[in-house]
Design a protein around this ligand. Structure first.
Ligand SMILES: Nc1ncnc2c1ncn2[C@@H]1O[C@H](COP(=O)(O)OP(=O)(O)OP(=O)(O)O)[C@@H](O)[C@H]1O
Ligand SMILES: O=P(O)(O)OC[C@H]1O[C@](O)(CO)[C@@H](O)[C@@H]1O
Ligand SMILES: [Mg+2]
Length: 320
């Protein structure tokens, strides 16, 4: 193998730059040419790429987002787009590709493997919904962002005896909401995996104010309802005004934590090593403290990554 390429696809997350850097530096160290593809599969179809050297990745490790940029590319969902992308890679002389992205991006990677390109995927999505890895890239930084925001919120909430409904990202996965609710000391976590009862939440709010508590935080995963909807449900039940905060894309940015810098460095270097060993059609993942490689088909046939049972039990035992 003489030439590899790297791209970032789907929603960006912190740690992508550290991962790109590790792919580039370990690729160059092994004597490979490394091509950077801009804007995910969009750049592959549009032939938007450049040759990378160590200078291309200098001063990027600590930056959030992805300097290669990312995109959601509709053409890649169609056979015609996949053909163009694979042919363009072959035209560039690329034999191996590293795709950094979420579950959808892994599906795109598989279509390129089916067209003769050696591909390794790296799970990167704040949603932590990808199976066969304990953690995806960007999750830890997103959790820290949420904690910072809710800590600030609690200062103002307790100054005014207020309840806040905080809306957390994650698509259909409740991981971020569940773990953040434990780390933030929230009163309730509403997640798609567990049904909720608005009557119980209202009763608890009443009880807390009778006890003289000066703030209440209810975290809701976007896959359950919007913060606005939950706020209205509470108002309907007990005529109680709550404020809302939608954390939104703030959660995806910021300088990556040490965990995400190290995870990205390990995932990036491990993926290049796997390509050099002739591996393809697999996603790297973290299992305990080890890297593991799982076939794309096994990932696609598995259900969404289940919630960590220990976290569910912990939240339950803490009365969240
Ligand atoms: N089934 C598929 N076949 C081919 N390409 C796909 C498929 N699903 C997704 N892709 C490609 O991957 C891109 C990113 O997918 P998606 O929008 O689902 O985000 P993701 O990678 O899951 O990341 P995140 O969920 O964190 O935003 C899509 O825009 C498309 O170009
Ligand atoms: O960036 P976009 O396209 O608005 O997508 C937002 C979605 O992407 C994610 O941030 C990552 O998949 C989800 O949590 C969220 O629902
Ligand atoms: Mg996804």
């Amino acid at each position: 193998m003489k030439r590899i390429a790297v791209l970032t696809s789907g929603g960006d997350c912190s740690g992508m730059n550290a991962t790109i850097r590790a792919v580039v530096r370990s690729g160059l160290c092994a004597g490979l040419d490394v091509v950077g593809i801009k804007k995910g599969y969009r750049g592959l179809i549009d032939r938007d790429y450049f040759m990378m050297n160590t200078k291309s990745v200098s001063n990027t490790l600590q930056r959030g987002g992805t300097f290669l940029q990312s995109a959601r590319c509709k053409e890649m969902m169609e056979t015609a787009g996949q053909d163009v992308a694979a042919n363009n890679l072959k035209g560039m002389g690329v034999e191996g590709l590293v795709v950094i992205g979420g579950d959808g991006s892994m599906r795109g990677a598989k279509t390129l493997m089916d067209r003769g390109i050696k591909v390794i995927g790296i799970p990167a999505s704040i949603d932590n919904d990808i199976p066969f890895t304990d953690m995806s890239l960007g999750v830890d930084t997103a959790l820290n962002n949420i904690i910072y925001a809710v800590d600030c919120l609690k200062d103002t909430a307790s100054s005014h005896d207020r309840a806040f409904i905080v809306e957390v990202m994650g698509r259909n996965c409740g991981y971020l909401t569940l773990v953040a609710s434990i780390a933030c000391g929230a009163e309730h976590a509403l997640i798609p995996e567990v049904p909720y009862n608005i009557g119980d939440i209202c009763e608890n709010l009443r009880k807390r104010y009778r006890e003289g508590r000066d703030n209440s935080i209810i975290m809701v995963a976007e896959g359950v309802a919007s913060a606005q909807e939950i706020s209205e449900q509470i108002k309907h039940h007990i005529r109680f005004e709550s404020r809302i905060m939608v954390l939104g894309h703030y959660q995806r940015g910021g300088s990556p934590t040490s965990f995400d810098r190290l995870l990205g460095s390990r995932f990036g270097q491990g993926s290049v090593e796997a390509l050099l060993n002739g591996e393809s059609g697999k996603m790297v993942g973290l299992s305990g403290n080890h890297l593991q490689f799982t076939e794309f088909d096994k990932i696609f046939n598995a259900p969404m990554r289940p919630l960590n049972e220990n976290m569910v039990k912990l939240a339950h035992k803490l009365d969240i």
